[in-house]
Write a protein that binds this ligand. Structure first.
Ligand SMILES: *[C@@H]1O[C@H](CO)[C@@H](O)[C@H](O)[C@H]1NC(C)=O
Ligand SMILES: *[C@@H]1O[C@H](CO)[C@@H](O)[C@H](O)[C@H]1NC(C)=O
Ligand SMILES: *[C@@H]1O[C@H](CO)[C@@H](O)[C@H](O)[C@H]1NC(C)=O
Ligand SMILES: *[C@@H]1O[C@H](CO)[C@@H](O)[C@H](O)[C@H]1NC(C)=O
Ligand SMILES: *[C@@H]1O[C@H](CO)[C@@H](O)[C@H](O)[C@H]1NC(C)=O
Ligand SMILES: *[C@@H]1O[C@H](CO)[C@@H](O)[C@H](O)[C@H]1NC(C)=O
Ligand SMILES: *[C@@H]1O[C@H](CO)[C@@H](O)[C@H](O)[C@H]1NC(C)=O
Ligand SMILES: *[C@@H]1O[C@H](CO)[C@@H](O)[C@H](O)[C@H]1NC(C)=O
Ligand SMILES: *[C@@H]1O[C@H](CO)[C@@H](O)[C@H](O)[C@H]1NC(C)=O
Length: 772
């Protein structure tokens, strides 16, 4: 009895009426806990509550819509398990803190709170709002949506909704709805980048210029639209609202990205027995991508969606079917690119296709040749034959689906060697068509890793007017004749590098500009080996790497076709344009380059050592994004990268000292070259410059260290106004990178973290230790 009294004191709440909600003054006596009522703060209309709600054997903290079944519309810690009944919501120093016995205190507002909160209110709209002493809004739940927006709420530019994991599990699920910076509203599987071929629905509201687009749900009519956030002009009406039923002012609208990947608009009608209706939804359930896990695809039957495994694969885990499927046979390793073809056979499926990016695509006369080419290609595990083109693929496939037009899919299946089967299980999704409150306990989890990715934004596909960018990402093989025509018989020379001469070209009737590189000084190499290398390069997709589009190998001729970079190289920008780019631009370029190298070293299968990082090999695209070119080529010249090179391959001035010594070359050689580039970016000059006023400034790398020790960093940037901290950061990273001793140089990952300001940078030692 006594303890109850104490708790009642703790729960003392004072109300004060204001606006659409009552103001609750927050002080150290205010709080909520799930054991003693009131366990929540209620909106004036009693439709919404903020507080603890029973969930399983524990409680959830959040905002929910009251009804026959409570609908959680916002929660601060969705990826945490429900809390037990001893949890408390406390007010400390004006922060709302969740305290439990097992975990550290947590701010329900994260670190987003501006100032300290003096009042809170649960508003009739479903917005939970915090105010400062002057009753200015300092935080609101409407600004941090989880899977739902309510009437009156915006999803602003750059924001996204993430679906629930399942109907009964509110954790972050497998789909997202993104209000993109380009103005488009797009649905993607979660854990993917904003890439066209992953998207499964779009509002098509993108614009060329900057925009302030937002998704908005009108609270009086239920109109759902993408609008301009400044003048509120509607860009596209997704649902035009209901004609309001007379005498019914009790409707709450809610737009939710549901756990099954469908975005639905609901109405909750309070005056008519809590009826819930779906007013609008996109897309059709069978258009959702990645609904099933890897190597798995949906099939519909009796308004239910089942997940099935591709032939030759079986569920990874019989109890967690959404983990997808894996090969049910033991893999033979490809030895020297050869495989015992007789051990495998090919299964033809007319009713399946996929949107994944193939590693190789070429024109073929028939289904049979395509099938045969997959059987004979060691890397090939699946192939598609569509409209005369054969695309070869390695598993896993993320985007398997039932095709709209005829296609032929082939899967390579082992004849013996099968693992034990998991049995014939299927994963079932129930249609949410007209909302039923059936609870299907599904533990879905999808973790798709986009290793080799590119930055083809969703909107690009609209320009091309087709759904899949996969085609454009696949490597093509060209005939020599084709390339000779494209380059007008190798007329316009763009430049000459260490590997050969580069020519300007145009493909597809002049529509697509390309750079064609004619390789010289090649190690004599068979066609197969060349193709294997080129394919490895073709598999790299990163925003900061120049993309390889295709190649040609005919007789002794070896050519590579790259995307065309309209703004020349970083060398041109830094050394010959006469105007130095702004400091912030240079910092961004430094990060661009570091990210590109990070991808080559750490993110794309076997590390690719570039061996020749220098401003001439860093090209600028239309939007001045820096992209590294010529990567992977040193391997064509010198197959075993880990061995000592007999001849020096890189460029003087950027070469790490180990090239001159007889020690193996590692990724750290690239770090050295990057360090020099970084210092050149800081100073907008070459590492070696003879025409300088101070004699000690001739070699940039030594001069930079001298200036650093003397505390005279400003000398490095001449008269330019540069923020000291930022300058110091760049120079320190540069000096760490150019250490003589490879082991002292940071990894490229650390470089990125240091440049992003995430990790501290210690004081670098002298790059060249004094010789004894
Ligand atoms: C809560 O957030 C504020 C600022 O947003 C921060 O200063 C404070 O340290 C946080 N408190 C806890 C316990 O995390
Ligand atoms: C939701 O699913 C996640 C991942 O499977 C699991 O860790 C968590 O405990 C589940 N939460 C609830 C409330 O069931
Ligand atoms: C998300 O999960 C919570 C808790 O299970 C549930 O209340 C809510 O209705 C779910 N939302 C959707 C859209 O499924
Ligand atoms: C677009 O926005 C970016 C970032 O806010 C800005 O740097 C750029 O100048 C803007 N471009 C145009 C055309 O307004
Ligand atoms: C919502 O729709 C009503 C009726 O069309 C309109 O009068 C009102 O201005 C809209 N509200 C907002 C905030 O756009
Ligand atoms: C929604 O956007 C409008 C226009 O940008 C803005 O005035 C309003 O404050 C926003 N509402 C919320 C809850 O963020
Ligand atoms: C939306 O509804 C309004 C009024 O009900 C009507 O005037 C308007 O034409 C409709 N817009 C569209 C695009 O259907
Ligand atoms: C496709 O066809 C195969 C064999 O004909 C069948 O087993 C499979 O269920 C079919 N899949 C779909 C999605 O119709
Ligand atoms: C499937 O759904 C439709 C529309 O909701 C309904 O008319 C039909 O009877 C359902 N079929 C089955 C087999 O449940």
């Amino acid at each position: 009895m006594a303890s109850v009294c104490v708790v009642f004191l703790v729960l003392f709440v004072s109300f004060e009426s204001a606006g659409s909600g009552q103001l609750i003054s927050l002080n150290s006596d205010t709080g909520l806990n799930p054991r003693v009522p009131p366990t929540s703060w209620t909106s004036p209309s009693s439709r919404f509550e903020f507080g603890f709600h029973p969930h399983g054997s524990g409680f959830l903290l959040g905002v929910w819509l009251v009804g026959r079944e409570a609908t959680l519309v916002w929660t601060p810690f969705r990826d945490d398990p429900p809390v037990s009944s001893d949890a408390k919501l406390l007010v400390t120093n004006g922060w709302l803190i969740l305290r439990t016995e097992t975990i550290d205190d947590k701010n329900i507002t994260g670190h987003q709170l501006r100032g300290s909160a003096s009042y809170a209110s649960m508003q009739d709209s479903g917005n939970f709002v915090l105010y400062n002493q002057d009753k200015d809004i300092i935080w609101e739940s409407f600004k941090f949506p989880t899977d739902t927006i309510l009437g009156g709420q915006n999803l602003s530019n750059g924001g996204q909704l993430l679906s629930n994991l399942s109907e009964s599990n509110y954790s972050t699920g497998r789909f997202r709805l993104k209000m993109q910076a380009d103005g488009n509203l797009v649905l993607y599987p979660a854990n993917t980048e904003d890439l066209a071929f992953g998207a499964y629905w779009a509002a098509d509201t993108w614009t060329e210029s900057n925009n302030t687009h937002q998704l908005y749900l009108n609270d009086t009519t239920g109109q759902l639209l993408v609008r301009d956030g400044v003048n509120l002009y509607p860009e596209k009406i997704l649902f035009n609202g209901t004609a309001m039923p007379k005498h019914d002012d009790g409707i709450i609208y809610r737009a939710t990205l549901d756990y099954d990947g469908v975005f639905r608009l609901y109405s909750h009608s309070f005056n008519r027995k809590n009826e819930v209706e779906v007013l609008w939804s996109v897309p059709k359930a069978d258009k959702v991508k990645s609904l099933c896990g890897l190597n798995s695809y949906p099939a519909r039957n009796d308004n239910k969606t089942h997940c099935l495994c591709l032939p030759g694969t079986d569920f990874v885990d019989g109890s967690q079917l959404s983990l997808g499927c894996e090969k049910d046979f033991i893999e033979e390793r490809c030895i020297e690119n050869k495989l015992n073809a007789a051990q495998y056979h090919i299964v033809l499926l007319k009713n399946l296709t996929w949107d994944d990016v193939p590693y190789f695509k070429e024109s073929m006369p028939s289904e049979e040749t395509c099938s045969k080419s997959c059987l004979e290609d060691c890397d090939c595990e699946a192939a598609l034959f569509i409209k005369g083109y054969c695309s070869r693929q390695a598993l896993p496939l993320k985007y398997v689906r039932v095709p709209e037009e005829s296609s032929s899919a082939f899967l390579k299946v082992d004849l013996g060697n099968t693992k034990s089967k998991n049995g014939n299980r299927v994963l079932i999704f129930v249609d949410v068509g007209f909302l039923t409150y059936s609870i299907v306990a599904l533990a879905l989890s999808g973790f798709f890793i986009f290793k080799c990715r590119s930055v083809v934004k969703y909107r690009k596909l609209l320009e091309n007017g087709k759904w899949s960018m996969a085609d454009d990402l696949a490597l093509r093989s060209f005939s020599y004749k084709e390339l000779r025509r494209a380059t007008k018989d190798f007329k316009d020379k763009l430049g000459k590098g260490s590997f050969g001469t580069v020519y300007m070209g145009a493909l597809y009737n002049g529509k697509k500009l390309v750079a064609v590189k004619r390789l010289e000084k090649m190690v004599e190499e068979g066609e197969k080996e060349f193709q294997a290398e080129v394919r490895a390069i073709g598999r790299t997709h990163h925003k900061n790497l120049v993309r390889l589009l295709g190649y040609c190998t005919e007789g002794s001729k070896r050519l590579l076709v790259y995307e065309f970079m309209s703004n020349h190289s970083l060398a041109d920008l830094l050394f010959s344009s006469g105007k130095r780019p702004y400091w912030d631009e240079r910092v961004r370029i430094a990060l661009d380059v570091a990210r590109g190298i990070h991808y080559l070293h750490d993110e794309c299968g076997a590390p690719i050592i570039h061996c020749d990082i220098k401003p001439h090999n860093i090209l600028m695209d239309d939007s001045w994004i820096a992209k590294i070119s010529d990567f992977g080529l040193s391997k064509l010249l010198m197959p075993d990268q880990t061995r000592t090179f007999t001849g020096v391959r890189g460029t003087r001035g950027y070469l790490a000292p180990e090239w001159q010594k007889n020690i193996p070359i590692s990724v750290k050689a690239d770090i050295y070259s990057y360090g020099i580039v970084l210092l050149e970016l800081v100073c907008c000059r070459r590492n070696m410059e003879v025409n300088v006023t101070e004699p000690e400034a001739v070699v940039l790398s030594t001069w930079a260290y001298k200036c650093f020790v003397a505390g005279e960093l400003h000398k490095l940037v001449g008269g330019e106004e540069v923020e000291r901290k930022s300058l110091e950061k760049m120079v320190k990273v540069g000096l760490w990178c150019i250490q003589d001793e490879p082991a002292l140089r940071p990894s490229i990952k650390s470089v990125v973290l240091m440049l992003e300001g995430i990790t501290e940078i210690s004081v670098p030692p002298c790059p060249t230790p004094p010789s004894i």
